[in-house]
Design a protein around this ligand. Structure first.
Ligand SMILES: *[C@@H]1O[C@H](CO)[C@@H](O)[C@H](O)[C@H]1NC(C)=O
Length: 125
């Protein structure tokens, strides 16, 4: 007797293809070497550093920081057209901060989508 149920092996095959393509995509996205930023003083780089500092300030209201400068950084092109940035960000604390006038070094990781939207991945010492 024939039934209309799909053969179980077909479902397994579909699941395996889905897993392989997810792994392949992650591997492709992870690829790409980090290259030094040609112009760490570019406005676009400064804007991203300002953004990273503003996210910190929103999260740590008692530790407002000001961007002092971007000391340099690297970028990495991903296969989906997005870009990762790793910036060495130097901040100073303002009067009300936990670190008034203190200079701090940070590493900001940002992810820029092809649309230009920028997401802060991490902002750490
Ligand atoms: C920040 O980094 C610079 C250069 O790497 C270093 O000379 C300086 O001592 C660091 N400052 C702090 C407060 O860690």
């Amino acid at each position: 007797m024939m039934t209309k149920r799909p053969a179980p092996f077909l479902l397994v095959a579909i699941a395996v293809v889905a897993i392989i393509s997810a792994v392949a995509k992650a591997a492709a996205l992870a690829g790409g070497e980090w290259l030094p930023l040609q112009d760490p003083k570019a406005k676009h780089v400064k804007d991203m550093a300002e953004f990273a500092v503003s996210v910190h300030n929103d999260e740590y209201l008692n530790d407002p920081l000001d961007l002092y400068r971007v000391d340099g950084g690297e970028y990495q092109k991903l296969s989906d057209g997005s870009t990762n940035y790793r910036l060495r960000v130097v901040t100073v604390g303002d009067e009300s901060s936990l670190h008034p006038s203190g200079i701090q070094n940070w590493t900001a990781i940002l992810h820029e989508l092809p649309s230009g939207e920028v997401q802060l991945v991490s902002f750490e010492h």
